[in-house]
Design a protein around this ligand. Structure first.
Ligand code: BDP
Length: 693
């Protein structure tokens, strides 16, 4: 198997009872979405049940799967399910077993066609994961309104931080040529409830807003529409200058405002349900309103005004930092955005990365969550593993996503979780969203590493329902992507669930962060100290010296901790009681500091690095025991990648410990095998050199 089918493989089910319970399909309605429902049920059921699926027009036997809305189907309208449908809301679905006349049927319904589509995919998921279907009573409704992917795809088809080939958008052959991939992409997204996609990189190119490209974008939007997916674009703030011939992009300038108004109108002539713009402004060299002494709110509101007549929205990113804030990059987004709370138009969302630095393997939640009650904040996770082993390491991200979502901001008392900020329940926002920076590319298996598909899957499932456990998500994905064999599931899900912790241990233990290689961000380079801006250098973040290591973000240091609610920061502010997972994130800690384990900080650092690397080796060994359950191609791919991961875990361990040892002046405890190479050797490695052990 090459992985192209993702989690929609529809292999023959081991459950023999399904054929009794499912005898035919009856769909109503003729919209393109209902056609997609019919096609997917036919495809899924014929694969799973290994039988030709009968399409029925009347309820003339038991076991008919009836799919439709009460508007298109009198059968459903009269089935007595109105109260359930009310609970399902606009995009939700119900799946219930019901007698229609004297026939026992399975009803898949929703208030909209796309709700039915989500229901159909969920029903197929039940079968794919071998759940009982005799007596179904499911009502499901998304907790988050905008469930999005952000592609960082450039128009030349390179992908910023993409590790799975080139962009799947073939701008050259669009709009005339519709690649089957676009349709399968839409199916995969709809199967996990994703309903929005930003096609282009946040480091934006204004060309996407020109006519020839809008025609191409329209072609994609037309493919995605039946699957409930809206298209969004990144807007380069200086587009009026670059493609409009204006002298300025000042958001308060009348000509500029008119340019955007006209541009937005034009976009909607091509794409009547266009979602809106995602904007990175005044960040890492991108143009923005501050170039004209205007605020982020001025910039966002100008675009929001242009989009409002069409119900479009602006998603304005809070990922900002600049040289002018040398004390601590951690603080800038909060400092810039909190004063603007209440000053954004209702159709603006502010998109905040999960942590204040940058998609690190482990970050405390971003202090903006809960601190801007008047503004709907959208979560930005990174599905592509820029800082988590990129295309070669198996790291299942659901635990990372869940850790952030379950963090307590305390902003409205205990239980004010980040999830409640994001799902709008804390401050009563109707507009809510979760975005994931996509890991999708032109590789035959979409995501590069066979297990990276699980992170795309997890993003969608958590955006639909952030209360799902990482275990459930891992197991669903494994069952659908590999096997329902319990022996496989038990071992493989454990491997997935531990993988992120293991990665943190061998790369960024005890709260270390941003110590990776320059620009490519692959592998360790904690020694780098010569980059132009202080906050680009790893040494800025770990601050190792003869006395200790870590970034003092307490009141005696940068005081970034003050940006958290007092009860939230209580977990971290005292070095003696600080949650050790984040200790060096918040404190500069003496080398001989006594850790909870009884070890000194230096010994603990060694322990973590050695244990992490050893556990990475165990992941590889565990995978070998799963050979009987996995097809040859994917088994071999994962085997090779886990071998690389183990070698690179040792690379991380040795490079970091040898370097930090130059400050600690302490020995690596005798029980550990000594690094076989010198620090100079590790410093000399050039990407993409992957060292042997
Ligand atoms: C950083 C990436 C960079 C992105 C930036 C962003 O290295 O490529 O452009 O985030 O999110 O982590 O804008």
């Amino acid at each position: 198997e090459n992985g192209y089918d993702l989690w929609l493989r529809y292999k023959p089910s081991g459950n023999q009872t399904y054929r009794q319970h499912i005898t035919a399909v009856l769909t109503t309605g003729s919209s393109p979405t209902m056609k997609a429902v019919r096609d997917e049920l036919t495809r899924g059921l014929s694969g799973l049940l290994q039988t030709a699926i009968t399409h029925s027009t009347a309820v003339n036997r038991d076991g008919i799967v009836i799919a439709g809305t009460p508007h298109s189907s009198p059968l459903i309208h009269n089935a007595g399910i109105a109260p359930l449908l009310q609970q399902a809301g606009e995009e939700g679905f119900i799946i219930v077993t019901k007698k229609i006349g004297d026939k026992k049927c399975i009803l898949i319904s929703g208030n909209s066609d796309v709700g039915v589509l989500y229901g159909a995919f969920h029903f197929l998921r039940l079968l794919q994961t071998e759940q009982p279907v005799e007596q179904l009573h499911i009502v499901s409704t998304p907790r988050i309104k905008l469930r999005m992917l952000n592609h960082w795809d450039n128009l030349d088809r390179t992908v910023e931080r993409g590790y799975a080939g080139f962009s799947i958008w073939n701008w050259h052959t669009l709009p005339g040529y519709i690649d089957q991939r676009y349709i399968d992409y839409a199916r995969a997204n709809a199967s996990i409830g994703i309903n929005g996609t930003v096609l282009t990189n946040v480091n934006a190119n204004a060309t996407i807003l020109t006519k020839p490209y809008l025609e191409k974008v329209k072609a994609l939007a037309d493919v995605f529409r039946p699957y409930g997916i809206k298209v969004y674009l990144t807007a380069r703030f200086s587009a009026p200058v670059e493609t409009g011939g204006l002298k300025t992009a000042d958001p308060l300038n009348e000509e500029v405002r008119q340019w955007w108004t006209k541009k937005v109108k034009e976009i909607y002539t091509y794409i009547p349900d266009f979602g809106g713009f995602l904007v990175k402004a005044n960040s890492e060299g991108q143009p923005g309103p501050q170039d004209y002494q205007r605020t982020h709110a001025d910039g966002a509101n100008m675009l929001a005004d242009a989009l409002a007549p069409f119900s479009g929205i602006v998603i304005w990113r809070a990922f900002v930092y600049s040289n002018e804030n040398p004390a601590d990059r951690h603080k800038q987004a909060y400092d810039d955005f909190v004063p603007l709370d209440g000053r954004f138009r209702p159709n603006v969302m502010v998109q905040v990365k999960n942590g204040a630095i940058d998609f690190m393997p482990r970050e405390p939640f971003h202090p903006l969550f809960g601190a801007m009650p008047k503004t709907p904040l959208m979560m930005e996770f990174q599905v592509t593993q820029e800082y988590l082993g990129q295309g070669t390491h198996l790291v299942f991200l659901a635990p990372l996503f869940a850790e952030t979502l379950q963090s307590d901001s305390y902003q409205k008392g205990p239980g004010s979780t980040v999830a409640k900020v994001i799902d709008g329940s804390m401050d009563g926002h109707p507009l809510t969203g979760i975005a994931g920076v996509a890991n999708i590319g032109s590789d035959i298996n979409w995501c590069g590493h066979p297990f990276a598909q699980a992170n795309w899957y997890a993003l969608g499932r958590l955006a639909w329902d952030h209360t799902l456990s990482s275990k459930q998500i891992a197991e669903e994905w494994l069952r659908m992507s590999y096997s329902n064999d319990e022996r496989f599931i038990g071992t493989a899900s454990k491997l997935m669930l531990e993988s992120r912790d293991i990665m943190v241990q061998y790369a960024n233990p005890i709260g270390l962060h941003h110590i990776m290689g320059t620009s490519h961000h692959y592998g360790p380079a904690p020694w780098v100290n010569d980059l132009n801006r202080p906050e680009w250098n790893p040494v800025y973040y770990h601050r190792a010296d003869s006395t200790g290591i870590g970034f003092n973000r307490t009141a005696t240091g940068s005081n970034a901790l003050a940006q958290y609610h007092p009860e939230a920061r209580a977990r971290w502010e005292n070095m003696l009681t600080c949650d050790e997972k984040n200790l060096l994130w918040f404190h500069h800690v003496p080398w001989d500091f006594r850790m909870k384990s009884g070890r000194s900080l230096w010994d603990e650092l060694c322990y973590q690095y050695y244990t992490g690397a050893e556990r990475a080796g165990k992941m590889r060994d565990t995978w070998q025991t799963l050979q009987p359950y996995v097809d040859r191609q994917r088994f071999e791919q994962v085997s090779m990648l886990l071998q690389i991961q183990h070698e690179e875990a040792i690379w991380w361990r040795n490079a970091c410990l040898l370097y930090f040892q130059t400050f600690s002046k302490r020995l690596i405890p005798a029980e550990y095998e000594k690094p076989s190479k010198t620090l100079e050797y590790y410093k000399s490695l050039q990407f993409p050199f992957a060292p042997g052990i």
